[in-house]
Design a protein around this ligand. Structure first.
Ligand code: TEU
Length: 537
């Protein structure tokens, strides 16, 4: 029996293809490499994989700049390799989600090359073009997340074009119905090949305001905009005109209608916005737009119990029946273990943080290497590749430290490749490699695997509604998950000291997850970084 709602509460393992496994021996990961490691991925107990972009690309933003939406970049292999990857995944019970980067293309995409020729060609209106102000300056104050104006002068067409990211990533004009249809047709191409879903890059950036109004500044006293990990002028604007326009909802409905022709498929949208929860509610409620919204809530700061409670409260109040997808790490942010600091708790904290997100209402993304507890890699300036980091070094060192090769064994190149890889292997990752941890029964990898397998067998944790419960100890997170009459109590101690609480009511303790605690009478004691699960009657 196929569970068409596999994605609801599912666990999705994110693969960064350049850095997962290099089968061809050129120093860059590829599809055949991924396929060779799918047994390992399946052994973790996850439901599926999300592949960061694998399409034809000049690789200025490492694939987030697509030059052919229907073909695989030769660096990664061929369409035949992709079909083999999908077939093997499905044999192993893994769903396959691919990244769709349709808000912008690469500037070398034939559509943009045509569009920039003049103002009258058939693709003239496929991207966002605008005349300069009388003094020659850009049409308005919109900014690129990667720095500077969002407008680039084109000396052939004698107009500016919009780019929310790199200059080489021109933004599509989604107001043009031909653009919307072309993207849907391309997505259908992959659905027909058997993919199970999409991760939609910058899904809230599709539409801009055709009035091209200036964005207002963030009002004094209000929180800065998210989007940039460093102090960037971008974060001082309210992005009311350049993104998250209401027209997007109709497009997402069209996309959903198409996806519904392929039962069991799903879409998770990346929504970087000034008002992320409001946007998540709009984009995922009602069951007729996105299936899931990727949440940034645990991708930034360390997480105090109060912060976590606030996140959950806001999620419940604002997002309602919408569906979040949680993550602790990805290819854009400093790896969670390093971001949280506290090296002495280096392995305990990642495990309890994972237990937390595996106990929330929503789906979960696990980023390659997170199951190993990899810290952020050190990448010397001479080896930096990220176009976002190079000009900002050392204020912002870019995103390479979370993108270095996966470590499969503790040989010098981590078993990733036979030649020096595109980004260096950090020697401090080697003792944490898959082979080393597989051989050590006490290693984090086994604990992660045990926790995931156990959680996958708890219907209330996968599918249940969530409410918070007050345990009389503010250091503890208390949750109740309820599904088909079963209620599971979750108590999580994210702190580095032992915590106690009094449990009222009758509980029957659940074990098998690997955490330790003691329940004496009504007194529950949780050592540092431990969790407790019980059914309530
Ligand atoms: O990221 C979108 C995004 O919001 C990022 O700018 C993010 O805020 C930043 O990277 C945090 O450091 C997506 C992709 O995940 C990213 O890799 C791409 O570079 C970007 O879109 C452009 O396609």
């Amino acid at each position: 029996t196929t569970n068409l709602n596999w994605w609801k509460g599912g666990i999705i393992y994110q693969i960064y293809p350049r850095s997962f496994m290099d089968a061809s021996g050129d120093g860059v990961g590829d599809l055949a490499g991924i396929t060779s490691k799918l047994d390992y991925v399946a052994s973790l107990g996850v439901d599926g994989i999300w592949l960061s972009p694998i399409f034809m690309s000049p690789m200025k933003d490492f694939g987030y700049d697509v030059s052919d939406y229907r073909d695989i970049d030769p660096m990664f292999g061929s369409l035949e390799d992709f079909k083999a990857l999908v077939a093997r995944s499905h044999e192993l019970g893994l769903k396959v989600m691919i990244d769709q980067v349709i808000s912008h293309s690469a500037d070398v995409h034939p559509w943009f090359e045509e569009s920039r020729q003049d103002k009258t060609n058939p693709k003239a209106d496929w991207y966002v073009w605008a005349d300069p102000k009388p003094d020659g300056s850009p049409p308005n104050n919109w900014l690129s997340i990667f720095g500077g104006s969002a407008w680039k002068w084109d000396s052939r067409r004698l107009q500016y074009y919009l780019h929310n990211f790199l200059e080489s990533q021109p933004d599509f004009n989604f107001h043009n119905p031909e653009v919307r249809q072309a993207h849907l047709d391309n997505m259908r191409f992959w659905l027909d090949l058997g993919v199970d879903g999409f991760r939609l890059d910058t899904v809230n950036f599709y539409f801009h305001s055709e009035g091209l109004e200036d964005n207002p500044p963030v009002p004094a006293g209000e929180p800065k905009t998210m989007g940039a990990p460093h102090d960037n002028p971008y974060t001082y604007q309210r992005h009311v005109y350049d993104l998250s326009r209401p027209e997007n909802l109709d497009f997402l409905k069209d996309m959903r209608a198409m996806m519904d022709e392929y039962p069991g498929t799903t879409a998770v949208g990346e929504i970087g916005d000034d008002f992320p929860l409001k946007r998540m509610a709009e984009y995922t409620s009602g069951g007729d737009k996105l299936h899931m919204a990727y949440t940034f809530d645990f991708l930034n700061t360390p997480h105090s119990p109060d912060y976590i409670r606030d996140v959950l409260k806001n999620m419940q109040e604002i997002v309602g029946d919408g569906w979040p997808c949680w993550a602790l790490s990805n290819h854009d942010v400093v790896r969670s273990r390093t971001r949280w600091g506290a090296e002495e708790d280096a392995e305990a904290y990642p495990l309890i943080a994972l237990a937390l997100i595996l106990s929330l209402r929503g789906s979960v993304c696990l980023y390659q290497g997170e199951e190993l507890g990899l810290p952020e890699a050190e990448v010397p300036f001479e080896r930096i590749q990220d176009p976002y980091g190079i000009p900002l070094w050392p204020v912002f060192k870019g995103r390479d430290g979370c993108r270095t090769p996966m470590v499969w064994d503790d040989s010098a190149l981590g078993g990733f490749s036979t030649v020096e890889p595109w980004l260096p292997v950090d020697a401090k990752h080697l003792p944490l490699s898959v082979a080393v941890q597989e051989a050590n029964p006490d290693a984090l990898l086994h604990k992660v695997r045990q926790l995931i397998h156990w959680r996958q067998k708890q219907p209330a944790l996968v599918n249940g509604e969530l409410s918070q419960c007050d345990l009389g100890n503010g250091q503890l997170i208390g949750l109740v998950r309820e599904y088909q009459g079963e209620r599971v109590l979750v108590v999580i101690n994210m702190t580095n000291t032992s915590q106690s609480a009094t449990l009222n009511g009758t509980v029957s303790v659940l074990d098998g997850h690997g955490f330790t605690s003691t329940l004496e009478g009504k007194t529950l004691t949780l050592p540092a970084y431990q969790a407790f699960y019980a059914t309530l009657s």
